[in-house]
Design a protein. Structure first.
Length: 427
């Protein structure tokens, strides 16, 4: 695919990037509200167990395992903006169904699981298209800045989201937060429709079979030591992080005695670490190098999670907040650095398939984390499960310390064009 020429200057100086940024930030705000509201609906309205709450998280990420690989090939074949629009429209319909069904008195756990799965499937296609679309709006040397601004907006939304979810739950009931999620996707649709940059179709008279295209992406990831390492690390880390986060609402409400409003405040303050991480990512890269800065961010994030489950009462809430703040700071800064690396490193025509191949394992581990968090929360206790997940997160950093990244100051660069006559592997 080719695009219209990239406008020079800072990312926020371009109208199309501003529209994408506003739409995505609004959508993340809604998702942040919905991410707290959906388990609150399950816990408060349907009196769900930790296992059921864990299953909700697992259902939202299960589509990465089911359709992640073919989705990458399909996204590489299609214009990215229309894919993103369809995904957001599907999300509006899916999440709006929860308050409608709840107000009719027919809401069930099964309905929540279906909503989580359908919303997760839309997110698979949107994420793959979104990551491939950004380099079409922003020139390569501005990608780190663009990713930092996008992640900063998302982090700010994630700060406001949990608090807003708590307030909405107290004032209008837990399902109102899910309605806010649907409205945010509608706003994102309006913003994305106004983006002017269009892709032109590349002539492809002899398109390979879908299976061959999927294998191209898998081969690139498996043969590349850097992408292979990031994928393995991401899978193990996501099991720990999602196993932890899937039952955090249960821990805060039942173990620490927090009300809906307190849960929102605690998660909002904890999420503010991500905003600082977004602001510091560029400075970390400039001072320490992109690869070394990435390792330092992960080395900060991992041990902070250990603080979350060790307290009780008011002190427990303070420690949980501090743990979330430090973990979020490190992970958001790390994600910005690695996202920029992938966008510069991977060939544009393979980007969707490469991302899908890595994400199928990386995000495919998330349902396992959600299921594991719920099962262990029922079996050994919620607090004990949080402690175990924090330890797993700490051990995941060992994958990075034993990888080629430990010898680098900066991430490597790879020319974006690919020789299609040769096996698809890094040069």
């Amino acid at each position: 695919m080719t695009t219209t020429p990239v406008v020079r200057g800072g990312p926020l100086g371009t109208r199309d990037f501003r529209l994408l940024w506003i739409g995505e930030t609004t959508s993340v705000l809604g998702s942040s509200v919905g991410g707290v509201a959906l388990p609150l609906v399950a816990v408060v309205t349907l009196h769900a167990s930790p296992l059921t709450v864990g299953l909700l998280t697992a259902a939202a990420w299960l589509p990465w395992l089911l359709v992640g690989l073919p989705a990458g090939a399909w996204v590489d074949r299609m214009p990215k903006r229309p894919v993103m629009l369809v995904c957001n429209i599907v999300s509006v319909v899916v999440f709006a169904s929860v308050p409608i069904v709840a107000w009719s008195g027919a809401l069930t756990t099964t309905h929540l699981l279906v909503v989580a799965t359908a919303g997760g499937a839309a997110k698979v296609f949107f994420t793959l298209a979104y990551r491939a679309y950004l380099p079409m709006l922003v020139e390569s040397r501005r990608l780190l800045e663009a990713n930092a601004k996008l992640q900063g907006g998302e982090s700010a939304a994630q700060i406001a989201g949990p608090g807003l979810a708590g307030l909405l739950a107290q004032w209008f009931g837990a399902v109102s937060g899910v309605l806010a999620d649907a409205v945010s996707f509608a706003i994102a649709v309006l913003c994305l429709r106004s983006v002017g940059t269009r892709e032109t179709r590349r002539e492809s008279p002899a398109r390979p079979r879908l299976r061959a295209e999927i294998l191209d992406g898998l081969r690139f990831v498996v043969c590349d030591p850097y992408l292979r390492t990031l994928t393995a690390f991401g899978a193990m880390s996501n099991i720990a992080l999602v196993g932890y986060s899937s039952i955090q609402v249960v821990f805060l409400t039942r173990d620490l005695g927090a009300g809906a409003g307190q849960v929102g405040v605690v998660l909002a303050v904890a999420s503010s670490g991500g905003l600082f991480g977004a602001a510091l990512s560029g400075r970390m890269a400039a001072r320490f190098g992109t690869a070394r800065g990435f390792l330092l961010c992960e080395a900060l994030a991992a041990p902070m999670a250990l603080l979350g489950p060790i307290g009780s009462g008011g002190m427990g809430l303070a420690l949980f907040t501090a743990a979330g703040f430090g973990t979020g700071l490190g992970i958001v800064a790390s994600n910005i650095l690695t996202s920029t690396f992938r966008q510069r490193y991977c060939p544009a025509e393979l980007f969707g398939r490469i991302t899908a191949s890595a994400s199928a394992l990386n995000y495919g581990a998330i349902p396992l984390g959600g299921l594991l968090g719920g099962l262990l929360g029922d079996a050994i206790g919620v607090r004990e499960t949080l402690e175990l997940m924090a330890v797993i997160q700490l051990f995941s950093v060992a994958i990075l310390l034993l990888s080629p990244f430990r010898r680098l100051r900066d991430f490597p660069a790879l020319p974006r064009p690919v020789d299609h006559a040769a096996p698809v592997a890094p040069r």
